[in-house]
Design a protein around this ligand. Structure first.
Ligand SMILES: [Zn+2]
Length: 164
């Protein structure tokens, strides 16, 4: 069995990962790839009641993984965890924003050093909703401007009516 934390590419949020939890009496229960199922399983795992495993279909064989760092799973599903920090961000409307679409294009720099990746975009969206009231689109991918020597600037799609 492999450890998920040792696979930097482990696609926690992928629908192709089959998660299950094992209870102390040996009972096994599948966890659907849905935050409503993952969140209670994460709570049980963080209390030490269950262990979470996953089957990851790979090119020729499927591999069994232990989800040894459950915070990575929580991040992928946008589940708040106790050690949540408050992001320090600066933002402005992007020059590509048209000023009227329901989702605005916003340039965001995370002064706190956080990065937005495919795996944590739902956590970042949940954080920004909690901390700033922003409603962020998570299905449009991630665009990032790299300027030599400058900070990483993400273009996030934020519902205009939630911007303040
Ligand atoms: Zn941060």
């Amino acid at each position: 069995m492999k450890r998920a934390s040792e696979n930097k590419e482990f696609p926690y949020a992928s629908k192709f990962v089959c998660y299950f939890e094992v209870f102390p009496d040996g009972t096994v229960a599948e966890i659907s790839n849905d935050v409503r199922a993952v969140e209670p399983a994460f709570q049980r795992a963080s209390e030490g009641t269950v262990k979470i495993y996953a089957v990851l279909p790979e090119r020729y064989v499927s591999s069994l993984y232990e989800i040894d760092d459950i915070n990575l799973l929580a991040d992928a599903y946008g589940i708040a965890r106790p050690d949540d920090h408050v992001h320090d961000i600066s933002w402005k409307l992007s020059s590509i924003d048209d000023g009227r679409s329901s989702y605005a294009s916003v340039e965001v720099v995370f002064l706190c050093g956080c990065k937005v990746t495919f795996d944590n975009i739902r956590k970042i969206a949940a954080d920004l909703q909690r901390q700033k009231g922003w409603i962020m689109a998570t299905s449009t991918g991630i665009s990032c401007n790299y300027k030599p020597g400058g900070p990483e600037e993400y273009i996030l799609r934020i519902r205009r009516s939630s911007l303040k």
